[in-house]
Each structure stands twice: as C-alpha cells, then as structure tokens.
Write a protein that binds this ligand. Structure first.
Ligand SMILES: NC(=O)c1ccc[n+]([C@@H]2O[C@H](COP(=O)([O-])OP(=O)(O)OC[C@H]3O[C@@H](n4cnc5c(N)ncnc54)[C@H](OP(=O)(O)O)[C@@H]3O)[C@@H](O)[C@H]2O)c1
Length: 276
C-alpha cells in the first residue's frame, strides 16, 4: 500500500535551507502538517509564513540537534502543537571538503556529531511517538523515518573522508534499524543524493579545500532530492540513489567496483597533475 502524507505530522530537520526547505514546501503542498527545525530562527520563521501562505499547517521548532535538551524539546514541541508525530526526516547535515592529511580531530568529531550522533539520538527520542502513530492508526497507516544520507555512505570518495565516514555510519545504522523497527510498524528509508547545489556553500562546508574537481555549481538541484524523498515515502522505497552520478556509483559498486575505483583514483591524479 502506498503512503499518503495528507494530514500527517512530519518533522523535517535541516529545514532552514537546501533540501530540507524544498522538502518542507513540497510536503505542505501535499497537505502534510510540517514541523520545521534548524538553528536559524529567522529562516524558519520565513519558511513557516511561506508554507502557511500555501494554506498548509506549519510550526517552527528551532534548535541545535547536537544538544540533547534541544532534541527532546524539538520532538516534545512537535507533539504538543500537532498532537502526534507520524514521519521523521533526518536531513540536517554538514560536509568537509579536504584531504585527511590536512584535517583534524576537531573536524572529524564535528562532522560525526551533526551527521551521525544527532540523527541517531533524535531518532531515539522520536521512536515512541512513531510507534504510537502506528498503534493508533485505523487505516493501515505506517509511520516512517527517512534518512537523507549521501552516496558517500556507499562509497568512500576522496577528499571527503569525514563526510564518507559519517554517512557510512548513518547508512549502517539505517539498515540495522530497518530490521529492528519492523516490529514497531515503522518504515526506515534511505535516500542517497549525489552532489547537490547548495543554497549557501560557505555554511554547508566546514572547509572547502579538497584536491579533486567537484562541480558544485553544476550539481543537481536540491528540489530533485526533495522529490526523491517524497517518492521514497509514497512508494515505501527502502533505498534510493538520487541523480545520475549517485546512481552510477551505487550501481557501479555492485557491478564494476574496480572501474569505479579507477575513476575515483583518476580524479585524484588529474587534479594533482593540473596543479603541480
Ligand atoms: N549538498 C550536497 O552536495 C549533499 C550531497 C549528498 C548528501 N547531502 C546531505 O543532504 C542533507 C542536506 O544537505 P543540504 O545540501 O540541504 O545542506 P545545507 O543546505 O547546508 O542545509 C543543511 C541544514 O542542516 C541544518 N543544520 C546544520 N547543522 C545543524 C545543527 N547543529 N543543528 C540543527 N540543524 C543543523 C542547517 O540549518 P542551520 O544552519 O540553520 O542550523 C540547514 O538547514 C545533509 O545531510 C547532507 O549531508 C548533501
């Protein structure tokens, strides 16, 4: 049975810009009630006004997802304002573009904190409410957790070591929880974007000094990822690689892993040769 989010309460993290913002707008157009979280209060306030102008129901529940008290409050406020929590979309994240040799413990801990520990612990707080959503449903409704990871969670891409580590951990967790949460009636879905055009690259990247060529400007629009999240939710698709590059790496890893490694290695050598 396909999933219809109309009238359902969806908590979207990372909603102040990028993929999370596009997703919030699309969910609202489908008639979902959206709880929007991020740290930037002003951006969330503007987005709530935009969503309400569409005739949909939206609330801002700002907070820093790396803080336990904020995670508790975000979920509690969502449930108290809407009376339930039916879907959690873990979308907030950061990236660090640069080599391991010039990285630091501070960077790796920060990336893991936001991309891995924050969604893990937010999920822990949300699960009792999602379980209730399943138990109280009379129409076969299945709640869901959608984890927006990255193709970096399926293949270790050079110049993105911390990002790849955090997303591999996130993907592993997702697969494990998918089996565990089956008995609570909760679907756990995975979305794997490739390179996405950022609204604000300076805020998305902790550092921007990688020594391979990445075409940030020509990357896929964040709205395409939002559409893929909705498709995964509707069709209950457990894993979706979004965009040609992501799909190619995803498929290539299974079918031609040595070829994918050759192309990755070539990116490193090409950059090194050009910048000698
Ligand atoms: N951009 C890409 O190329 C790409 C590729 C593959 C996967 N992804 C993944 O897709 C997701 C969204 O990416 P995006 O491109 O939309 O990124 P983005 O435009 O930089 O947005 C990131 C969002 O995360 C929020 N955030 C960051 N740190 C936070 C914290 N400590 N507490 C609460 N919220 C926090 C930001 O809000 P505030 O700053 O207001 O807190 C913002 O809303 C991320 O998980 C990312 O890893 C992105």
């Amino acid at each position: 049975m396909s999933r219809d989010v109309r009238g359902r309460v969806v908590l979207v993290t990372g909603a102040s810009r990028g993929i999370g913002k596009r997703l919030a707008l699309r969910l609202a157009k489908l008639g979902a009630k959206v709880a929007l979280t991020a740290r930037s209060v002003d951006d969330l306030t503007k987005l709530v006004a935009e969503v309400r102008a569409l005739g949909a129901n939206a609330e801002s529940v700002p907070g820093d997802l790396t803080k336990p008290e904020d995670r508790e409050r975000i979920v509690a406020d969502t449930v108290s304002r809407f009376g339930a929590l039916d879907v959690l979309v873990n979308c907030a994240g950061v990236c660090s573009f640069g080599e391991f040799s010039t990285s630091s413990e501070e960077i790796v801990r920060k990336v893991l904190e936001i991309n891995f520990f924050a969604p893990v612990e937010l999920t822990r707080v949300a699960v009792p409410h999602l379980t209730r959503s399943f138990e109280t449903a009379t129409d076969g409704w299945k709640p869901a957790i959608v984890n927006v990871a990255s193709i970096c969670g399926r293949w270790g891409i050079p110049s993105l070591p911390e990002h790849c580590a955090s997303k591999h951990a996130f993907v592993g967790l997702t697969e494990s929880l998918r089996c565990e949460f089956e008995r609570f009636g909760i679907d756990v879905l995975l979305v794997l974007p490739g390179l996405v055009r950022s609204d604000d690259l300076n805020r998305h990247l902790l550092r921007n000094e990688g020594k391979i060529h990445l075409d940030f400007e020509g990357a896929q629009p964040s709205d395409e990822v939002a559409v893929a999240v909705l498709r995964s939710l509707r069709k209950r698709r457990s894993e979706a690689a979004v965009g040609f590059v992501s799909w190619w790496v995803w498929f290539g890893k299974r079918m031609f892993p040595r070829l994918v490694r050759f192309f990755m290695q070539r990116k490193v050598w090409t950059y090194a040769k050009r910048n000698k």
